[in-house]
Design a protein. Structure first.
Lengths: 239, 293, 279
């Protein structure tokens, strides 16, 4: 869809001269630390990015990164602007109707509410969430009033300035904000949504999916995936 | 940028700010101002060409061509430009790939639309998935330019169509009296004279084009709006330079940039108008002559 | 689900009435027509509210620009420069960022019989915040149009007014203003069309959509993103806007005829279909 083609890092985890294979283009959002972010030198970084690099190395693929807005990240995959998505994307039934996922590279994670006061009613209040996320779908069904924003950062800003009562997002994303801003706190109970994070690929692209899948299985076995979890997601479960 | 910026955590005050404003991300932000200017400079001639073709089509003696030209001109009047910006790049992208698919892979037996997938054979991909990153970026930018050119071409067609009509009838008749063919009258009499009538409209159009450039952001091009939003958002200590929500300041900077750009353009165009009016048999030309006398 | 049922569920979805959840799968043509049409309610509201209020401010700005007083003239010029010289897109972003910084208080406005309490937080909602931006924006553009028309009012008419002993407010109300409107009307029609087009930007900038209640383009984009097929929702959106544009031209054409009815037929300025297209 939107030809959101944007430079990031060109990664040459080169498969040597042996394979004249074409470059696999990986997409991420670059706005959801610690999953993915654009660091201050302007390069993509984060758990998704390190996993993607490692998977490509294991599978002997040449990969490069592109960033794409969250709301058009699936459409752009489907129309072939890149080949895989690693963007902290949870596997859900709705998404699986449209794209395929590899096995998970992170176990299902809790989503949490964060608010500026402790007496917020998360069932009936105004809850901010990013457009097109599982959290947004959950809020819409929960009976609370959903306010949608295009980027994750705006959802937190909405709570800070009182636009929304609380924000619902992945706990790993929110934890930095809560630690560093004395006004913000976790409220309500965590909810478990989705089936963990997976690498999204086109349904027609079974070849690529199998390769990435095999590489992930290898990384789970040799413990290198756990090392990356320790580096970026200290509160998350190991494989 | 500076050597002392290696450890941002230890800095404070002006030094912190100096390091912050020269980080790699900020450099990308400053470069994106160039992207906007390049888009303007590339789009303007392409749109003018589209407009010229549209105006000629609207004046054509061939009925279907005339209808096409008139419909093209009327189109931007009825439909908001933002709809074109969202629609044209996707439609073009899928259209080009579909055409290449028909030509390059005639024996491909799978349907192109599989459910929600839009699948063409690998050889028909635009750009080829093996192409280097700059080709992908260039292609995205080219689609954006085309989307702008389609919309602003219709505006320009309207202006030029009006300007062609404004050229005095007597001039055309004189040309015909000299025995010029229709083509000769068009190129030797009509086109050289229409510009002075078109200039006010074109100058206005340039201003609108400037004011439409932030929409690049909706096309996925990393322009100044993209970076202002990205840089301005509050940053936790996951980043080297944590700061609260500064988007207001970044957008104020963009506002100043655009005010300057439109203001400078206005001055340039008023100069140009003065120069073009020189010696013309119009009110402005008369005024110039009087001022000199 | 029949189309009548869809209409019942979603016709007023954009203003929060009807089915709470948007359709998720198996989008029919009917779904798309109904929801995008539902979104048009917002576009209509934004456009009409901004035009109705902007008209009066525009008159004031035009008079301010031709004022003898230096500060009034400069203030009007800067107002016009600020809003005509920068993209509406940036104005929306900036206004939203500024509005959320306002302290959240309720202000009571006594109106004699009743008191309305006004919340500053309303400014961050599209229904008020976006209307304010559109209102100021159209006031600047129309102000410039009216100023041009004001300078074109024939001197003879003003001298005739003087001869009849009209002055001040009476002279403005009876002579200057009607002529100004008559002269400005074709360009003002154009401005109205562009303003309606500009309403499609609201939910694509700073202003967030509440409860998935958005304008026509918000829903068109929703469908395009879900179905990955731009060839259906955007043409539907275009269809609705062409209807809207034709309606605006008809209504403004009627008013134009009324403004010109006192003139001899040969002097009437017809609202040409080929208006100057640019804003």
């Amino acid at each position: 869809m939107k030809p959101a083609i944007v430079a990031a890092t060109i990664l040459t985890v080169a498969a040597g001269a042996a394979s004249a294979q074409s470059v696999i283009r990986l997409a991420t959002e670059g706005a959801y630390p610690p999953y993915n972010l654009i660091d201050d030198s302007g390069k993509v970084a984060g758990y998704d990015v390190d996993v993607g690099d490692a998977v490509c190395a294991h599978a002997h693929l040449t990969c490069e990164w592109v960033t794409n807005d969250w709301d058009s990240i699936i459409p752009n995959l489907v129309s072939g602007n890149y080949d895989a998505i690693l963007a902290g994307m949870s596997m859900t039934e709705e998404r699986e109707k449209v794209i395929d996922f590899t096995q998970n590279y992170l176990k299902p994670e809790p989503s949490s509410y964060v608010a500026a006061s402790s007496d917020v009613d998360v069932k009936h209040g105004v809850i901010a969430a990013q457009t097109g996320t599982i959290q947004a779908a959950f809020v819409q069904e929960s009976g609370a009033t959903l306010v949608e924003f295009a980027t994750p950062e705006e959802t937190v800003a909405a709570v800070r300035n009182g636009e929304a009562d609380a924000v619902l997002a992945d706990k790993s994303y929110l934890v930095d904000y809560v630690n560093e801003d004395p006004d913000l706190a976790f409220v309500g109970e965590d909810v478990f949504l989705g089936n963990g994070l997976g690498i999204g690929v086109r349904q027609s692209d079974t070849d690529l999916r199998d390769k990435l899948d095999a590489a992930l299985a290898e990384m789970k076995k040799d413990g290198s995936l756990n090392a990356l979890i320790d580096k970026w997601m200290p509160n998350s479960e190991h494989f | 940028m500076f050597a002392s910026c290696a450890d941002p955590g230890s800095l404070d005050g002006a030094m912190w700010l100096a390091c912050y404003l020269t980080s790699g991300k900020h450099m990308a932000f400053y470069a994106s101002f160039g992207t906007v200017l390049v888009l303007l400079l590339v789009t303007a001639p392409v749109a003018l060409a589209c407009g010229f073709a549209g105006a000629v089509a609207a004046r054509s003696d061939i009925l279907p061509l005339r209808w096409f030209g008139r419909a093209y001109i009327a189109m931007v009047r009825g439909i908001p430009d933002i709809a074109f910006f969202l629609f044209v790049p996707i439609a073009l992208d899928q259209g080009i790939e579909w055409l290449r698919h028909q030509v390059k892979c005639p024996d491909w037996d799978l349907p192109v639309r599989q459910g929600s997938d839009f699948v063409v054979c690998p050889a028909a991909k635009m750009p080829l998935s093996s192409a280097p990153q700059w080709v992908h970026e260039g292609y995205g930018f080219a689609l954006a330019v085309l989307a702008f050119a389609v919309v602003f071409g219709a505006f320009a067609a309207n202006v030029l169509f009006g300007a062609m009509r404004a050229v005095p009838r007597a001039q055309i008749e004189t040309g015909e009296a000299y025995g010029m063919s229709g083509r000769q009258v068009f190129w030797r009499i009509l086109v050289p004279q229409m510009w002075v009538f078109a200039l006010p409209g074109l100058s206005n159009l340039w201003q609108i084009l400037i004011k439409a450039t932030p929409l690049l952001f909706l096309l996925g091009v990393e322009d100044i709006v993209y970076w202002a939003r990205e840089l301005g958002g509050s940053k936790t200590s996951a980043f080297s330079y944590p700061h609260p929500d500064w988007r207001l300041y970044y957008f104020l900077a963009l506002l100043v940039f655009y005010l300057l750009l439109t203001h400078v353009s206005e001055m340039v165009f008023s100069r140009l108008t003065r120069r073009l009016s020189h010696g013309q048999a119009t009110l402005a030309g008369d005024a110039l002559r009087k001022a000199q006398a | 689900m029949s189309c009548a049922q869809t209409f019942h569920d979603y016709a007023l979805r954009s203003i929060g009435l009807g089915e709470r959840l948007l359709p998720r799968t198996d989008f029919t043509l009917c779904d798309q027509f109904v929801l995008i049409g539902s979104g048009m309610l917002w576009n209509l509201y934004f456009g009409i509210a901004a035009l109705a209020m902007g008209f009066f401010l525009a008159t004031a700005v035009a008079l301010g620009r031709s004022s003898q007083s230096w500060p009034v003239r400069k203030a009007s010029e800067w107002f016009i420069f600020l809003f005509r010289g920068s993209p509406l897109f940036i104005q929306f972003f900036l206004a939203y960022q500024a509005f959320v910084l306002l302290p959240r208080v309720g202000v009571d406005i006594p109106l004699g019989v009743a008191t309305i309490s006004v919340q500053t937080s309303w400014l961050t909602k599209a229904w008020l915040g976006a209307v304010i931006v559109l209102f100021l924006n159209t006031a600047a553009y129309s102000g410039e149009i009216f100023y041009g028309a004001l300078r074109a009012v024939p001197r003879g008419e003003l001298e005739a007014a003087d001869a009849y002993g009209l002055a001040g407010w009476q002279k403005f109300r009876r002579i200057t203003w009607p002529t100004l409107l008559r002269l400005a009307w074709p360009a003002y029609t154009n401005e109205a069309i562009f303003l309606f087009h500009a309403t499609a930007l609201v939910f694509f900038t700073g202003f967030p959509a509440w409860r998935q209640e958005g304008d026509a383009l918000y829903y068109a984009n929703y469908f395009a993103d879900k179905t990955f097929n731009p060839f259906i929702p955007y043409p539907i959106f275009a269809f609705y806007f062409i209807l809207l544009t034709l309606t605006v031209i008809t209504v403004f054409g009627r008013i134009n005829r009324r403004l010109n009815r006192h003139l001899a037929p040969s002097e009437r300025s017809r609202l040409k279909i080929r208006l100057p297209l640019v804003r």
